[in-house]
Write a protein that binds this ligand. Structure first.
Ligand code: VTB
Length: 327
């Protein structure tokens, strides 16, 4: 269908895919200038400012439904903020201008600038709390793994469906003390565990191409906004994911209720987290397995961006060359 046939109030015109690449490219370049400086807040702020500026030039009426920073008092593109030129389709915007602030500050692999844009009302508006998550790649029967099944059962079910021994399964888990029991159980079930220090959006995306990444399964607790962004990407690439918000204090429950969450214990499926027409863009800040980091050359700046679109399931990798002085 031609974009001109999409009513102005619905859908995300596909031409916006390139615009989103432009947004994350700019945020990534801004953050990359502060790579390795040990200042997470400054890098985050630079990415936030660049992203906001670029988003405000787009022909959309956007509302930020997933922002960042509540948890760590970071500079925000805050939830509810209106973005865009105030004309064109109404869209939900989810942003993580610098996913992996610590990775960027320490110039370690895997920092990215990432955002999603979707039809109004189609991304879960979640507070910045923790989320329990599970994800596997495409090609398996629906419901093969489940948040409420034991890690052992999930590893076994996945191994069986893959036709391999559990010893050939690798699970990716954030390296946190809270995951000690989870890591032990997964290893006892026979699987290998790859630990990462940060960056579980990419971690979940890795499950969609196990033959390349070596990752079959994502398990554990990360941040909720990253969960929604990962779900938006998985909607485009294929794969399964479930998430449940961890609302373990009265304050968190109050914030969730304020955002319209009725069932506080709800187990969200992929399409509960991100439905409708969605576009996701991510640009590498530091080198990583998903994306190459920004390269500063004498006369130009190079970026690598991936853009996912749910409607057609397209995945595009864009190598940008930016003349210095213009960005
Ligand atoms: C993860 C990780 C992020 O937050 O979501 C993590 O993917 C969860 O929070 O890169 P804790 O660090 O508090 O465990 C990040 O590390 C940063 O947002």
């Amino acid at each position: 269908m031609a974009d001109t046939q999409i009513p102005a109030s619905r859908g995300v015109p596909r031409m916006l895919a390139l615009e989103l690449a432009r947004v994350t490219e700019r945020a990534a370049i801004a953050a990359a200038r502060l790579r390795g400086k040990g200042d997470e807040k400054a890098a985050d702020q630079a990415a936030v400012d660049a992203m906001r500026d670029e988003l405000n030039g787009l022909p959309v009426r956007g509302t930020v439904v997933i922002g960042e920073g509540e948890r760590d008092q970071a500079p925000m593109l805050f939830i509810g903020e209106q973005l865009g030129r105030g004309e064109g389709p109404e869209v939900d915007i989810a942003v993580d201008p610098l996913e992996g602030t610590t990775l960027c500050a320490k110039d370690m692999p895997g920092a990215i600038a990432v955002m999603a844009m979707a039809e109004r009302g189609s991304l879960l508006a979640a507070p910045d709390v923790y989320m329990q998550k599970i994800a596997i790649g495409p090609g398996y029967p629906a419901g093969l793994v489940d948040l409420d099944a034991s890690p052992t059962d999930n590893v076994r079910a996945l191994a069986r469906a893959k036709g391999v021994d559990p010893r050939q399964i690798t699970a990716l888990i954030l390296d946190r003390p809270r995951h000690a029991a989870l890591v032990s159980e997964v290893r006892e079930a026979g699987a290998a565990v790859r630990l990462i220090s940060d960056g579980d959006i990419a971690g979940i995306i890795f499950t969609a191409s196990p033959e390349e990444t070596g990752i079959d399964l994502y398990l554990g607790i990360g941040a909720a906004p990253e969960g929604v962004l990962a779900a938006a990407a998985m909607r485009c690439i294929g794969g399964q994911m479930q998430g449940r918000l961890i609302l373990d204090t009265a304050e968190r429950r109050r914030r969730a209720a304020e955002m319209g969450i009725v069932d506080l214990d709800r187990k969200y499926d992929l399409t509960d987290l991100a439905s409708g027409d969605v576009i996701v863009a991510a640009t590498g800040v530091t080198d990583g397995a998903l994306l190459r980091g920004v390269r500063f050359r004498p006369d130009r700046i190079q970026t690598e961006t991936v853009v996912y679109r749910s409607e057609a399931g397209t995945v595009r990798r864009i190598l940008g060359e930016h003349r210095r002085g213009l960005v």
